[in-house]
Ligand binder design. Structure first.
Ligand code: FAD
Length: 469
């Protein structure tokens, strides 16, 4: 019989786990909770069920109701459909973790590898309405009470990772942080498995990427400490102001500060977060970039950037755009203990030519899929990263489901590639509007989806089988 006593240490541990705000603490409290409840998190098939049985006081129950609603969706067939499937997810960014959750709901054994041992990204992401609805369905508000309250439609990357990490662990996903993936080894065990990469391209052999090159685009992000004072609370966010819509604002900024921008966004979250596109000429004039180069890597390379001038530039833009009303603007620190200001080039964006492939070695098959930024690099002014990243996570889970159901391998890949054709065209307007009905089934999300637009016989090159000599 489960103890309902509010002083029960497992209840206190669970509360700590739900509330805790660092990756390390999440892992520590989770491990203590498992220890205390005598649960083995590696027992992935029954972990969640046993956890619910042993922890059924009101706070935990409120969470289970949410997660059960998702888990009971018919697509997962009560976690039986992929019960024999092993999945490796590379990278515990938002898209890697979102993928891991879906795979766990399908009943697969899921292991995540993450090279960092902390979640430290302050930058704030704008979310499309469907992703807010999706995260609410995963009980985001129970883990982070301020999640998208009122009209708020953004969250810091760090907070998003924390929510998804907690859900992953509760569903029996094994998450290893501080572990860097270096490459695949040839199989020795008699088992097929899956691998899903949300990490950079160099780790995804067999895939090719297309480059989309636009005119030079230089982005700057910066974060200031949020002291949560009344004065700060009154400063309005800027959900995106572009030059074409407010020429006077940008002209005044140039005249008063010498700062020339294409656009600027300001979100108030754990930090005051700003992201802007700056014109090269003004960066040169203000001494941020020391010398002009046509090559973007050289132009924005460490040696060619005056860090103090960059801080002044970012500070000036943030101060001006908030009407000089943000008091006491101190930079928040990044993971390296430095002022959290970064300049980056987003002139080129990459898109993988294919979303999946199969490798066969010694008769064992490895299905590899790409999700998140390494599938389609997002264009930050449109806030496409998480929205398209999560769509791809669901599509990937759908692919694994088809595999788990025994569909012929190349047909699984063909279906995945047919769906992938739609991803880059998605906008908040053209995806289905019934967000509550979204599931891993593509037909619930894309308005017009043809699962057979690409045929298996067109994709022989995505089945990589070793040469038997
Ligand atoms: P990542 O978040 O990059 O995660 C990848 C993870 O893999 C990292 O944790 C990394 O440590 C880990 N990793 C890397 N290599 C290895 C390895 N070898 N072994 C193990 N682990 C490894 N998106 C939005 O939706 N809305 C926005 O408003 C928005 N604004 C943005 C503003 C800017 C300036 C930028 C640059 C991006 C913005 N984005 C936005 C994009 C968004 O940040 C990304 O789409 C999102 O973080 C991608 O998540 P991911 O999981 O694919 O990758």
């Amino acid at each position: 019989m489960v103890n309902q006593d509010p002083t029960n240490p497992s209840h206190a541990l669970f509360d700590q786990f739900v509330q805790t705000q660092t990756c390390k603490e999440v892992q520590r409290t989770f491990s203590e909770l498992c220890h205390h409840l005598e649960l083995d998190p590696r027992d992935y098939q029954s972990f969640y069920t046993k956890l619910k049985e042993r922890l059924n006081y009101w706070k935990a129950k409120a969470l289970w109701i949410k997660l059960d609603k998702r888990a009971q969706h018919q697509d997962y067939q009560q976690g039986k459909v992929c019960a024999k499937t092993k999945c490796l997810v590379l990278g515990a960014g938002p898209c890697g973790l979102r993928t891991a959750i879906e795979l766990a709901l399908l009943g697969a054994q899921v292991v995540v590898l993450e090279k960092r041992d902390s979640f430290s990204r302050n930058n704030v992401l704008h979310l499309w309405p469907y992703t807010i609805c999706d995260l609410r369905g995963l009980a985001a508000k129970k883990f982070y009470g301020k999640f998208c309250t009122g009209a708020l439609d953004h969250i810091s990357i760090r907070q998003l990772q924390l929510i998804l990490l907690k859900v992953s662990l509760l569903l029996g996903v094994e998450v290893n942080t501080g572990v860097e993936f270096k490459g695949f080894v040839e199989p020795s065990e008699a088992t097929d498995c899956m691998c899903f990469s949300s990490i950079c391209m160099s780790f995804s052999p067999g895939f090719r990427w297309k480059e989309l090159r636009g005119k030079l685009a230089i982005g700057i992000t910066c974060n200031f400490i949020n002291h949560h004072s009344a004065a700060e609370a009154q400063v309005a966010e800027i959900s995106g102001v572009a030059r074409i819509y407010n020429q006077k604002f940008f002209q005044d900024l140039l005249t008063e500060e010498g700062i020339d921008l294409e656009n600027i966004v300001y979100y108030k979250d754990a930090t005051h977060y700003f992201v802007m596109t700056a014109k090269k000429k003004s960066l040169l004039k203000m001494g941020v970039i020391k010398q002009d180069f046509s090559d973007a890597n050289q132009l924005l390379g460490q040696a060619n950037v005056d860090q103090d001038a960059l801080l002044r530039y970012a500070h000036g833009a943030a101060h001006f755009s908030t009407g000089h009303r943000l008091p006491n603007m101190q930079f928040a620190l990044n993971h390296a203990g430095q002022p959290d200001v970064a300049m980056f080039d987003f002139t080129c964006m990459h898109r993988a030519e294919n979303a999946s492939l199969v490798r066969e070695r010694k008769g064992k098959k490895l299905l590899i899929g790409l999700v998140g930024d390494c599938l389609v690099e997002p264009f930050w002014p449109l806030g496409t990263g998480i929205a398209r990243g999560f769509l791809a996570a669901f599509d990937t889970a759908w692919m694994v489901r088809s595999w788990g159901k025994g569909k012929p391998h190349l047909e699984v890949v063909a279906e995945r590639e047919s769906i992938y054709q739609l991803l880059s065209q998605t906008t908040p307007e053209n995806i289905s509007k019934n967000y509550n009905a979204f599931s891993i089934d593509p037909a619930t999300r894309y308005q017009h989806v043809n699962l057979n637009s690409i045929k298996a016989n067109q994709l022989q090159h995505l089945y990589d089988v070793e040469d038997h000599i």
